[in-house]
Design a protein around this ligand. Structure first.
Ligand SMILES: Cc1cc2nc3c(=O)[nH]c(=O)nc-3n(C[C@H](O)[C@H](O)[C@H](O)COP(=O)(O)OP(=O)(O)OC[C@H]3O[C@@H](n4cnc5c(N)ncnc54)[C@H](O)[C@@H]3O)c2cc1C
Length: 343
């Protein structure tokens, strides 16, 4: 968060947002340059739910009052957002979600549970998918998109540890939580359309080449320190990996360009999500190879070229083919929407 606030004070926190909402209105080239430079200096990851997910969605679908309430605190970094989509019985099959929001006068009463909610235990607000019409067919037609203040009475949040040892996500329980009706985004029962628009942004955002560029830098540092950099066979693998990172940057630039021209990311975002996430896992396997015998150490490794953390990024890379829709689900999307294969 200190890094978030530093960028925010400088006016650099949201290069991709229009100036009218406090962004930089930066060109595509400027955005890519910024991404690359931040990766090169190893800048900390920022909480992206506000900046990349709910922010752009509010600009597209929210009322003026909702925009005025929620966009400035995202820019200032005074509010952290969480994404409440997944439930114990609804992950890949998101439309089967059962957290219920019952409209009662000018408020909703929310009851149910979310899970795998990134940073919920640090967050102030959640954008959530809730079931507002249990009878609707298809099931997608009974879902709404609601903004929930996580400090409301009746909410309990329990962090879950990942294999990397960090409390990345949580379970969130709702026990008759009162949410003002004005926190509904879009129309009642029309949340699925908004949810999907957001998933497109999410798939694209998580495919940002920043992570792959940082991984390449880490591999190079480790390989110099371990001496494997002198091995021509390793150099071949490093060159192949670097070419893939360049290809990812090109794919990403193209997708961002389409988005900037007002075209919502379609199945392209599935292609890029698969490519970026599987590449990140391959890069982290190369990092293990570069570390040789040091790879068994859990703590960052001290080298003449600076400290290199090998275990954490390797373990953290396991998650990238799961969140934002698993690789299997992305391939299903491509099979149906691009290749027109039968179900
Ligand atoms: C680090 C991390 C952070 C996350 N953060 C959030 C968050 O902030 N908010 C949120 O709402 N969710 C979050 N998630 C949840 C994530 O979106 C789900 O884990 C994901 O959608 C998969 O759902 P599931 O875990 O229920 O697995 P399941 O849907 O039970 O899938 C289990 C396995 O079966 C496969 N599978 C399922 N259906 C099919 C099918 N039809 N065809 C082929 N294969 C299939 C899947 O690919 C997977 O391998 C996060 C997950 C992780 C790992």
């Amino acid at each position: 968060m200190p890094w978030y606030h530093t960028l925010s004070r400088k006016g650099w926190i949201a290069p991709h947002w229009p100036k009218q909402y406090g962004g930089m209105g930066a060109t595509l080239n400027e955005q890519i340059i910024m991404t690359e430079e931040l990766a090169r200096v190893g800048a900390p990851h920022l909480p992206v739910q506000g900046l990349n997910h709910i922010g752009p969605i509010l600009m597209e679908f929210a009322t003026d009052a909702q925009k005025a309430q929620h966009l400035p605190p995202i820019i200032a970094g005074t509010v952290i957002w969480a994404q409440g989509y997944s439930e114990p019985g609804a992950g890949s099959d998101l439309a089967s979600l059962s957290t219920r929001a019952t409209l009662d006068g000018d408020q909703f009463v929310v009851r149910g549970q979310k899970i795998w909610t990134t940073w919920a235990h640090h967050s102030d607000w959640m954008f959530a998918l809730v079931r507002t019409d249990p009878q609707a067919q298809p099931r997608q037609a009974g879902i709404s998109f609601l903004l929930i203040d996580l400090h409301s009475p009746g909410i309990r949040i329990r962090p879950i540890k990942t294999i990397a040892g960090d409390d990345e996500f949580s379970e969130v329980f709702f026990d008759d939580v009162i949410v003002p009706a004005e926190n509904l985004v879009g129309k009642l029962h029309d949340g699925w359309r908004i949810a999907n628009a957001l998933l497109g942004h999410e798939r694209l955002g998580t495919s940002n080449p920043q992570f792959a560029l940082m991984a390449i830098e880490r591999i190079k540092t480790m390989a110099r320190a371990s001496g494997i950099m002198a091995d021509p066979a390793f150099q071949d693998r490093l060159a192949a990996a670097s070419i893939n990172v360049t290809a990812l940057s090109a794919l990403f630039s193209h997708a961002v360009e389409l988005t900037n021209n007002g075209q919502s990311p379609g199945p392209e975002s599935s292609v890029i999500k698969i490519f970026a996430s599987e590449l990140l896992q391959a890069l982290n396997e190369l990092l293990i190879e570069a570390a040789g015998g040091h790879a068994t150490t859990e703590k960052p490794i001290a080298t003449d070229f600076g400290e290199v953390d090998v275990a954490t990024p390797f373990l953290q890379a396991r998650r990238v083919t799961i969140y934002g829709g698993s690789s299997e689900i992305q391939r299903n999307v491509l099979a149906r929407r691009v290749l027109n294969l039968p179900n």
